[in-house]
Design a binder for this molecule. Structure first.
Ligand code: ADP
Ligand code: MG
Length: 641
């Protein structure tokens, strides 16, 4: 009884308004949450919840673990603080109306006992009974509410413990989370590093694969190098063996060499001695050669008879088989009267040598090769071909191109170059200068000229300071071999044939002079020599009838006649040792002055045409030649310095 007002008071403090609707609304909720059908319980439960709220923050709810609902389902479903207050307030009846508020439930139970009966005002005893039963009811309710309160208290304690635990766990978890966050941060750094490292790794992998490729190449290289090294080692061994063998051979050879050197030294001495002897011998040979030439005569005449054009023998020319120095020209003169017998007139001529029609170019040259040798020894040598046109002068001097038919000029040149080469071994050095000139109508023409015809220079014969004959503006060509000389001969023939076309048969009416100036020096012995080899193809010696020679031809004839006869005069004067030798009377003798003087050897070929109709010209030629042959030119001396 004493506790009822307390509860009533509390409820008055807690409530601000009463609402029957709220009471009605609350009833279904109570049904849902409680099995106990007692109507008082919801009020008590609501009150406790309203005053003692679980401290769990709604924001933290998701983190906390769900806990077991113990008796009070409203705790688990607890709304926010504000909402809860309102709900508590709405469940409580307004102040001063507690009785009325509790009445419905309580009354129902009481009225259940005195159903339908209303106590009379006077029935006080009945009213007390009712009141007592009501009180009992309330006491039971209070008991159960207290019990429930106790339960709730223990649950609250448990929950608080649980909350504390949970808070601790939350704190722990928070710290763990921060740790994890730190770790995560650290890990993100690590991740970046990892990315970096992985990119580095991929580049390193690339490098690695590159290096592997290189390594493989190097391995192959190494293998091949090893193979090479092996083979080279083997080779080296072989070479070392060879070397040691060769070293021993070398030492042996060195000994031999020393001996040989000794021998060479003594041989060198001998050689020097022999060279001296050789040189002395060479000089002696020259002297003897010259002596022979002098004995043969410094002017010699060879007669050469050309073969008949149609073959056979000429009756008027007699060449004794036993003697190769005589030629007889026989002429049968018919009796004018017819009464006397025909008389035969023989003209005998002696020459240094007579060559018949069968004589080869080689045979002819062999006879004059000694003279050519004299040219190298330092004597001037002059060789003429005299005779009428068609008698074989050009054939003798130049010959034909094929080997057997080569004439005096190419053969002489060959001999000179060969001999010069041999003398080279004895210390002689030679230089050769060639020139080729034509004398036509007392005019000089350069046969080695290669310029324009319109610019052809004029030439004069002059004497140099050394009293040497030179021709102005003439081509003097240095030659070192036979082929060059043959080239010059061809060039000369070209030049001649050009003039030939302009003037019919000109070559036969001009002299052509080939000159080879030879200069030799033996530096070691301080000996020098200088000479000229002159090879002359003279103009045709035929005399034309005066009636046939008019104008130009007369001039030509006169020029030829005068130069040829002057040649005879000069040779005769030289032979007679006349004080005055008329060299300057013709261009030919003036040009050949050096070669014809006392210091020269002269050879004249007299070429004979075998035809009978050439008899007169043949006789003339032979007469001229024998006149020359009779001359004795003063003793020649070599042009030595
Ligand atoms: P030239 O120069 O005196 O006028 P060539 O030398 O031109 O005379 O000779 C005239 C012709 O006779 C040429 O065809 C030449 O080949 C020929 N001949 C001259 N001499 C001989 C010889 N000894 N043997 C053969 N043929 C010759
Ligand atoms: Mg000729």
């Amino acid at each position: 009884m004493s506790r009822l007002p307390v509860i009533s008071h509390k409820r008055v403090l807690a409530t601000s308004s009463n609402s029957s609707e709220n009471d009605q609304d609350l009833a279904p909720a109570q049904k849902k949450t409680r099995k106990d059908p007692e109507p008082v319980k919801p009020y008590a439960a609501s009150t406790i919840i309203g005053t003692r709220r679980a401290p769990v923050a709604p924001t933290k709810a998701p983190i906390s673990r769900p806990f077991r609902p113990t008796g009070a389902a409203t705790v688990a479903a607890a709304p926010s603080r504000g909402v809860l207050k309102q709900s508590i307030a709405s469940t409580a009846p307004r102040g001063g109306n507690i009785k009325a508020a509790a009445a419905p439930t309580g009354t129902k139970a009481v009225t259940g006992g005195a159903a339908g009966t209303k106590r009379q005002a006077w029935d006080l005893k009945g009213k007390v009974t009712d009141m007592e039963s009501k009180l009992r009811n309330y006491q039971t309710k209070v008991k159960s509410v207290n019990q429930e309160n106790e339960d709730l208290k223990s649950t609250t304690v448990k929950s608080q413990t649980r909350v504390t635990d949970l808070e601790k766990s939350v704190a722990v978890q928070r710290s763990q989370i921060s740790e994890y966050e730190q770790e995560l941060q650290a890990l993100s750094g690590v991740r970046e590093e990892l990315d970096k490292v992985s990119s580095e790794k991929s580049s390193l992998e690339k490098q690695h694969s590159n290096l592997e490729g290189k390594y493989k190449v190097m391995e192959t290289l190494r293998d091949s190098l090893e193979t090479l090294r092996d083979s080279q080692e083997t080779e080296l061994q072989t070479l070392t063996m060879k070397l040691s063998m060769q070293e021993s051979t070398l030492s042996r050879l060195q000994l031999t060499l020393r001996d040989a050197e000794e021998e060479v030294r003594s041989l060198g001495d001998t050689m020097v001695q022999q060279k001296d002897e050789l040189h002395a011998g060479e000089m002696e040979r020259r002297q003897l050669h010259n002596a022979i030439q002098e004995l043969k005569g410094n002017i010699r005449v060879f007669c050469r008879v050309r073969p008949l054009t149609g073959g056979g023998l000429s009756q008027h020319l007699q060449l004794p088989a036993t003697d190769n120095k005589t030629i007889t020209l026989a002429k049968t003169e018919e009796s004018h009267t017819g009464k006397t017998a025909d008389t035969q007139k023989n003209y005998n001529f002696n020459f240094d040598r007579v060559f018949g029609p069968q004589a080869s170019q080689k045979e002819v040259f062999d006879e004059i090769s000694l003279l050519v040798q004299s040219a190298l020894d330092g004597y001037n040598v002059c060789c003429f071909a005299y005779g009428q046109t068609g008698s074989g002068k050009t054939f003798t001097m130049e010959g034909a191109e094929y080997d057997e038919a080569r004439g005096v000029i190419p053969r002489a040149v060959t001999q000179i170059f060969r001999a010069a080469e041999k003398l080279g071994a004895q210390g002689w050095e030679f230089t050769f200068t060639a020139s080729f000139v034509e004398i036509y109508n007392e005019t000089l023409r350069d046969l080695l000229y290669t310029g324009k015809a319109s610019k052809r220079p004029e030439h004069e014969i002059r004497k140099s300071v050394n009293n040497e004959v030179i021709i102005t503006s003439l081509t003097y060509e240095k030659v070192t071999n036979e082929d060059q000389v043959l080239g010059l001969i061809m060039l000369a023939n070209c030049n001649r044939s050009t003039a030939q076309t302009a003037q019919n048969d000109r070559s036969s009416r001009s002299h052509s002079v080939f000159q080879l100036d030879i200069e030799g020096a033996n530096v070691g012995r301080d000996v020098k020599c200088k000479s000229t080899l002159c090879l002359v193809d003279l103009a045709g010696s035929e005399r034309l009838l005066k009636s046939q020679s008019q104008g130009e031809r007369f001039k030509e004839m006169t020029a030829i006649n005068s130069s040829l006869s002057n040649l005879g005069i000069v040779i005769t004067a030289l032979a007679n040792k006349d004080i005055h030798v008329p060299f300057r009377n013709s261009k030919l003798t003036y040009l050949l002055q050096g070669c014809l003087g006392g210091n020269s050897k002269t050879l004249m070929f007299v070429n004979i045409a075998p035809e009978l109709d050439s008899f007169g010209e043949t006789l003339n030629s032979l007469r001229f030649a024998s006149k020359v042959n009779d001359c004795v030119i003063g003793t020649a001396s070599a042009n030595r310095k």
